[in-house]
Design a protein around this ligand. Structure first.
Ligand code: TMP
Length: 213
């Protein structure tokens, strides 16, 4: 049986990495094989691309290069890791996927949305997540959490940029309500974890693992 791809999306400091870890642990405890991945990264080439993208020294990166680098990292991850894991029947959890590119490079940087989406298709070969959890939070609160240990290149963008990222994600959720579920990321880690499982319970493989709790 083919596995399931669940992606976690949201602005800086929304808590998606923490929530993904919690879900992965719960699924593994129920005997499910889980892959935990992050974008950009997850492959040797992808991690090298990640270092370029997040390095504050690369402040001269033009928006189109930025877009292509994210898509290149994604193409590696899909071909080398995600497709084989899905073929093996695993639950694949991915910290960011193409909705981040639509929100950051499309909505926030202002690149043409149709061209950006066309590149997702090229990079993924048409693969779409079965479910996307959008952890929504006020950017002021998220950035406060995220930059505690120093800001990377994208975290250094101004408040208007991060507001556009949030609006971009919410626009994607409005366009694809069956795939993308908006989860309020404010509150305690446990409260948010409960909301995340509620947003996944209708997926058969996950429902069996999480039970009715
Ligand atoms: P992270 O903070 O979740 O590790 O993500 C790395 C940064 O990369 C974050 O600032 C969001 C940004 N990003 C994009 O701008 N476009 C993308 O396609 C992806 C995957 C991430």
């Amino acid at each position: 049986m083919r596995g399931v791809l669940v992606t976690f999306e949201g602005g800086e400091g929304c808590g998606k990495s923490t929530q993904m870890r919690i879900l992965a642990a719960r699924l593994r405890a129920a005997g499910i094989a889980v892959s935990e991945l992050r974008e950009p990264g997850g492959t040797a080439v992808g991690e090298a691309i990640r270092a370029i993208l997040l390095d504050p020294e690369n402040s001269d990166l033009v928006p189109v290069s930025e877009l292509l680098l994210y898509e290149a990292a994604r193409a590696q991850l899909v071909a080398q890791v995600i497709e084989p894991a899905l073929a093996a029947g695993e639950v694949v959890l991915c910290d960011r996927f193409y909705d981040s590119t639509t929100a950051y490079q499309g909505h926030a940087r202002g690149l043409d949305l149709d061209r950006v989406r066309a590149l997702h298709e090229v990079a993924t070969g048409g693969l779409a997540p079965d479910r996307t959890i959008l952890l929504d939070i006020d950017p002021a609160l998220g950035l406060f959490r995220a930059t505690d240990s120093g800001a990377d290149r994208l975290e250094r963008e101004d408040a208007a940029f991060h507001a556009r990222v949030r609006e971009g994600f919410l626009a994607i959720a409005r366009e694809e309500p069956a795939r993308v579920r908006v989860v309020d990321a404010s509150g305690s880690v446990d409260e948010v974890a409960e909301r995340v499982t509620d947003a996944l319970r209708d997926i058969p493989l996950i429902r069996r693992a999480l039970g009715g709790s």
